[in-house]
Design a protein around this ligand. Structure first.
Ligand SMILES: [Zn+2]
Length: 96
């Protein structure tokens, strides 16, 4: 399956740590509970709902309620503090 730019960007950022990355879209819900899992959403509302859901019920086996939303569309141009520095330049950066 062809990856979208958001899936590629999420992969660049988190594939080293994440056990899986699902979905598609600029809004990423990260669950740092034991292992990192990432879901991607098209809208902030969907991401907020997804986070509220795992905040309420837990994201999995060892949930410690360590969840966050990352808006990749906002930080595309910003330098990431160390997050993907080593992998920068592997894929062509798309500007929108
Ligand atoms: Zn959790």
């Amino acid at each position: 399956m062809r990856k979208s730019k958001w899936q590629r960007q999420a992969n660049r950022r988190w594939s080293k740590k994440a056990v899986w990355i699902h979905g598609d879209g600029p809004f990423a819900v990260l669950a740092w509970c034991g292992e990192l899992s990432v879901t991607l959403w098209q809208t902030n509302e969907e991401a907020e709902q997804a986070k509220a859901r795992i905040d309420g019920t837990g994201c999995g086996g060892r949930c410690v309620r360590h969840h966050e939303i990352v808006d990749m569309s906002e930080s595309t141009q910003a330098a990431l503090p160390g997050a993907d520095g080593a992998r920068r330049g592997l894929a062509p950066r798309q500007t929108v």
